[in-house]
Design a protein around this ligand. Structure first.
Ligand code: FES
Ligand SMILES: [Fe+2]
Length: 476
């Protein structure tokens, strides 16, 4: 039997039990306590551009159909027939007004002119005869995620009707995510997918990946060979030459998100990172100038890597991608990568980004391969009877977090630290223990006082988060 959560995650010592990476019971519990409650990334709008378009995605171990109905509204529907469970849609994506079950022929409509709500049951073979007209079709529509949010061309959903508003869920981490989703000149939501989505399985617990992207600069030694090869598009050395000079890690203890990047209001690097092609380099330089003009010296961040709790990470700059880590079992996950570029970028820019992204990330990406090797072997070497009984060490930088003045509820931890990993596992522990969103996010639920209720108290709440985080970290 697994230990209590507080013995699995020992906050004040920076210890994390290996059980949480291999144990079947803990895995089942995190599916219900984390994945059935949190906001999860499910799709990019390019996958459902036209009315009737759909793409099959995942939320935890459930498969869902993300679909744009005939009026353009986006729905997230459980991909299982309500009759006897057949997988309703077995394509990856397509365009359909109706989904018909291959088992006994029940059909569900995406057309609001035929059914009250898209996803409702529209047709049942033998309804008048075999069912004697007695089956109430209204009760047997597809199960839908009650909360769906389209944000800057990305689609998110939660199974929990009491989840906070998506904006509140992101908090001030939003501006870092925005950097990845906005155009290089700062134009809001200016991004498109290059090609399709890469999907592959890795024999690793899913948590190794978001933990890596939330702020592990320490593992750079793993990428030594990629650095030597020099896959970057700058013409210089290394795998990425366009990083902020003052890179640090910033975490949001009350939210579980974090980033390797820079503090707001600092000067971004000029765009020398694409110098291998003068046309591309010039386009990035112009974008940079437009960005400076648009934002001035305020509200500018440029960053490299971040995680939105629990299982979505992104590279915001070079490369510019979204990564999603779907749990399959305690010791296996499915990784997804979506590559982004400005919609209005010239072909040369898109082409260079595509080549660079593929050499960097994905199952054949040189950098991603290094990471997968580490996570897979760390998972496997934690399965044994003796090895699963000991703890991982996350004590680097314990007690050295500093409150960030301009970001609500944030702490800054320096470039090399395990503070952001501790923040991730602290939030994970809170999800595993909490009975409801009231405990996870007091005052931000849909009820009175929450942001979907009457009064809004974000500043005071966020300030408390910041103070609490600093206290937890024993601010130096
Ligand atoms: S399982 Fe779908 S119609 Fe029977
Ligand atoms: Fe890495």
């Amino acid at each position: 039997m697994a230990k209590p959560i507080d013995e699995l995650i020992v906050q004040d010592k920076g210890l994390v039990s290996r059980e949480i990476f291999v144990d079947e019971e803990i895995f089942k519990q995190e599916l219900s306590r984390v994945f059935a409650r949190a906001w999860l990334f499910v799709a990019h709008e390019d996958q459902i551009a036209k009315n009737g378009d759909y793409v099959v995605s995942k939320m935890g171990t459930d498969t869902v159909i993300v679909t744009r109905d005939m009026e353009g509204e986006v729905h997230v529907l459980l991909n299982t027939c309500t009759h006897r469970g057949m997988r309703l849609c077995r394509n990856d994506m397509g365009n359909a007004r109706t989904f018909s079950c291959p088992y006994h022929g029940w059909s569900y409509s995406m057309d609001g002119r035929i059914v009250e709500t898209p996803g409702d049951l529209a047709g049942v073979p033998g309804h008048a005869t075999y069912y004697h007209g007695e089956l109430d079709k209204k009760d047997w529509g597809l199960v839908r995620a009650p909360r769906v949010k389209v944000y800057k061309r990305t689609v998110w959903a939660s199974w929990d009707p009491d989840a906070p508003e998506f904006d509140d869920y992101l908090g001030d981490m939003k501006q870092y995510l925005d950097y990845a989703l906005d155009g290089r000149d700062g134009s809001p939501g200016n991004n498109e997918m290059i090609g399709g989505i890469l999907k592959w399985r890795v024999p690793s617990n899913w948590k190794f990946a978001p933990e890596n992207f939330i702020g592990d600069n320490y593992h750079d030694i793993s990428h030594r060979s990629v650095d030597l090869v020099g896959i970057n598009p700058s013409g210089g050395t290394g795998r990425r030459d366009d990083e902020p000079e003052d890179a640090t890690t910033i975490g949001f203890p009350k939210l579980g998100h974090g980033v390797i990047g820079e503090m707001p209001y600092q000067k971004e690097p000029e765009s020398a990172g694409w110098a291998a092609n003068p046309e591309v380099s010039e386009w990035y330089r112009k974008c940079h100038d437009a960005r400076v003009e648009r934002f001035g010296d305020e509200h500018r961040v440029s960053m490299t890597v971040g995680t939105i709790f629990p299982n979505m990470s992104f590279h915001g700059r070079q490369p510019r991608t979204i990564a999603v880590f779907h749990p399959i079992s305690p010791t296996e996950m499915e990784m997804w990568r979506i590559f982004l570029v400005d919609r209005d970028a010239p072909d040369a820019v898109k082409d260079m980004a595509r080549h660079y992204h593929l050499s960097y990330s994905g199952p054949g990406g040189l950098t991603e391969s290094d990471d997968m090797e580490n996570w897979s072997y760390a998972t496997d070497s934690s399965r044994g009877e003796i090895s699963r009984s000991i703890y991982f060490n996350y004590e680097m930088g314990l007690g050295h977090a500093r409150v960030v003045p301009h970001l609500e509820g944030a702490v800054e931890n320096g470039e090399f630290t395990e503070e952001n990993a501790r923040i991730f596992y602290r939030r994970w522990a809170e999800f595993m223990k909490a009975g409801s969103w009231d405990e996870l996010f007091p005052g931000k639920g849909p009820g009175p006082g929450g942001s979907r209720g009457a009064a809004e108290s974000a500043p005071a709440d966020a300030e408390a988060a910041s103070v609490d985080a600093a206290a937890t970290a024993e601010t130096k």
